[in-house]
Design a protein. Structure first.
Length: 187
């Protein structure tokens, strides 16, 4: 019987393990779990993002976890900041293109779909790695406020309240328990 070592299957995103897993995507998901906690919440009229800023050491500076994309869209990140800035620049450019070509703001759901497509490409190309960042995207358009979550696996979800990053499960549990108590009206 031959022993199967995990490192035989984790050197590239195009290599599947015998269990049907792509370890590089799992590593990127783990980077999101290790990132700073961030919470997004929406009501009928507003969408809010909150991120915990923490420095790696006392000598290190804090990194911004909430980023401005356009007048109607902002993001909060958990994971690798460099990957988040790259995706933020992409989203900013798409919003500018929409304003220039169509003379209107880009719909939040359309922007999230574009991010899903962009983050999916590295999951199937040889020599690339998945983006190691999870995003909470808050925005407001003709349909009202939105909170979307994106994952390194290129999945995205429309949410009412969500938390990602370190200790996000306790934040999600808190949201599930107390968000109705304070009278937040969801649609």
């Amino acid at each position: 019987m031959q022993t199967v070592f995990r490192n035989q299957y984790d050197n590239d995103v195009t290599v599947w393990s015998p269990q049907g897993r792509i370890h590089q995507i799992e590593y990127a998901m783990e980077a999101v779990k290790q990132g700073s906690a961030t919470v997004g919440l929406k009501s009928k009229t507003h969408a809010v993002l909150v991120a915990l800023k923490r420095a790696q050491s006392e000598l290190a500076a804090h990194q911004k976890k909430n980023l401005h994309v356009d007048n109607h869209i902002g993001i909060s990140i958990a994971g690798l900041t460099a990957d988040a800035r790259l995706l933020c620049n992409f989203m900013h450019q798409e919003c500018l293109d929409s304003r220039f070509v169509f003379d209107r703001p880009l719909a939040v759901s359309r922007l999230v779909s574009l991010i899903g497509s962009k983050t999916q490409i590295p999951t199937q190309r040889y020599g690339r790695r998945p983006y190691g960042v999870g995003l909470l995207i808050a925005g407001y358009d003709d349909m009202g406020p939105h909170i979307f979550q994106t994952c390194p696996s290129a999945n995205y979800f429309d949410c009412r309240a969500m938390s990602i990053g370190a200790r996000s499960q306790s934040a999600r549990t808190y949201l599930e328990t107390y968000v109705w108590f304070y009278g937040v009206q969801f649609e």
